[in-house]
Design a protein around this ligand. Structure first.
Ligand code: ASN
Length: 330
C-alpha cells in the first residue's frame, strides 16, 4: 500500500527552539525536526512557513498559516502544523473558522521541551500528529501528550507539564492507550467545498470580570473603536449590577451596535444566562451566550464573524450555530 502523503508546515515554537543568550528561541527548520525524529511510515514533505515563538503569532500569521493549508490541501492526505504551545489553541480555533469544511485532517502540535533535548516530549507529539493526519476524518485538530482534540475545543491548561492541553467540554477525538491509537468520537462528514476566508476584525476585547470592575471602562472601549467584546463572566454567566452595573453598560454597547458575548471564567461546563437574575439582566440587555465554548474559540469566532460584516443580530445567530464542533447547542 502506498504511504500516506503528509505535509509538515513548520512555524517555530519550543519544538523548534534552541538555546540562546536571550533564552529559548525558534532556530530549527522543519527538516531538522524530521531528521531528529527519524524514520516515519509516511511520505513526508516539509515546508518552513514561519519561525516564531507562538507568543508572537498574531492575525497576520494566522493568514499565512491558513493560506498555506488551503494551497496544499489537495496534494496531501493530511497536514501537520508544528507550532508553539502558548497560542496554539487560538490558532487552531481560528483555522476552524477560516478554513470551514476543510477536506483533509490538519493537526497542530508542539512540545514543552525542544526536539533537540534528550527525553523531550517532541518526538512523541510529532509521531502522534502524523498518525492523526494519516488516519482521522477531515477537521482541524490539536495533538498533544497522547491525546487528539478538536482544535476549537483545546485549551492550554499547564505551563510546563507534558499534559499541557485539554479538550474542554467534549472528550478527546482520539487517544493513545494500551490498545493503540483509539478513535473515540466522529462527526458526520459533509460534502461541502472547503472555503478559505481570512477576513477578520481584530478590534475586539476579551476580559475576565472581577469584583470591583468599573463599567466605565467598558464604555471607554466603545469610544476607542472596539467592535466586539467577550466577557468571561462569573459561573453560569452572572454579571454584577449593584453599584457597578455591568449589565447596563453591556446594554449600552449593544445599542451602539457592539456585540457582547458572555462566556464563563470557569473552564469547564456551559454558561446559561437564564438561570440567575444576575445572568438574566445581561440577557435582557442583549448579551449573547457562548454556551460551552472556550474563550479562545469565542474570541476567534467573534473576530471572524465581525470580519464578514455581521451586525449584532447576525453575530447572535452565528453564536447559535455550530460551525465545526466548537459549541454544544441544545
Ligand atoms: N512550549 C512552547 O511552545 C512555548 C513557546 N513559548 C511557544 O509558544 O512558542
Amino acid at each position: 500500500m502506498a504511504q500516506k502523503k503528509i505535509l509538515l508546515l513548520s512555524t517555530g515554537g519550543t519544538i523548534a527552539s534552541v538555546v540562546s543568550d536571550q533564552g529559548l528561541v525558534p532556530g530549527e527548520s522543519g527538516e531538522q525536526l524530521i531528521q531528529t525524529l527519524g524514520s516515519v511510515p509516511y511520505d513526508v514533505t516539509v515546508k518552513d512557513i514561519l519561525q516564531l515563538d507562538s507568543s508572537n503569532i498574531q492575525p497576520e500569521e494566522w493568514k499565512i498559516i491558513a493560506e498555506a493549508i488551503y494551497r496544499n490541501r489537495n496534494d496531501y492526505d493530511g497536514i501537520v502544523v508544528s507550532h508553539g504551545t502558548d497560542t496554539m489553541a487560538y490558532t487552531a480555533s481560528m483555522m476552524t473558522f477560516m478554513l470551514q469544511h476543510i477536506n483533509i485532517p490538519v493537526v497542530f502540535t508542539g512540545s514543552q521541551v525542544p526536539m533537540n533535548v534528550i527525553l523531550s516530549d517532541a518526538p512523541d507529539n510529532l509521531q502522534l500528529a502524523f498518525a492523526a493526519a494519516a488516519s482521522l476524518q477531515p477537521n482541524i485538530y490539536l495533538a498533544f501528550n497522547r491525546k487528539i482534540m478538536r482544535g476549537c475545543r483545546s485549551v492550554k491548561v499547564r505551563t510546563t507539564a507534558f499534559d499541557a492541553f485539554e479538550s474542554v467540554n467534549v472528550p478527546p477525538v482520539a487517544e493513545v492507550t494500551s490498545d493503540g491509537f483509539t478513535i473515540k468520537t466522529k462527526r458526520p462528514r459533509t460534502d461541502e467545498q472547503c472555503v478559505l476566508n481570512t477576513k477578520i476584525d481584530t478590534n475586539v476585547f476579551l476580559f475576565k470580570l472581577f469584583p470591583g470592575f468599573d463599567p466605565r471602562l467598558l464604555r471607554a472601549l466603545a469610544k476607542h473603536d472596539c467592535h466586539g467584546i467577550v466577557i468571561e463572566a462569573y459561573g453560569l454567566g452572572g454579571m454584577t449590577y449593584i453599584r457597578r452595573n455591568i449589565a447596563a453598560a453591556v446594554g449600552e454597547l449593544i445599542k451602539q451596535g457592539i456585540p457582547v458575548v458572555a462566556t464563563s471564567q470557569c473552564l469547564y461546563e456551559r454558561s446559561d444566562l437564564t438561570k440567575y437574575e444576575v445572568g438574566r439582566q445581561a440577557l435582557v440587555e442583549g448579551a449573547i451566550s457562548a454556551h460551552d465554548m472556550t474563550s479562545e474559540s469565542a474570541i476567534t469566532k467573534l473576530m471572524w464573524g465581525l470580519g464578514q460584516g455581521m451586525n449584532v443580530q447576525a453575530i447572535a445567530n452565528f453564536f447559535a450555530t455550530d460551525v465545526a464542533g466548537e459549541v454544544t447547542l441544545d
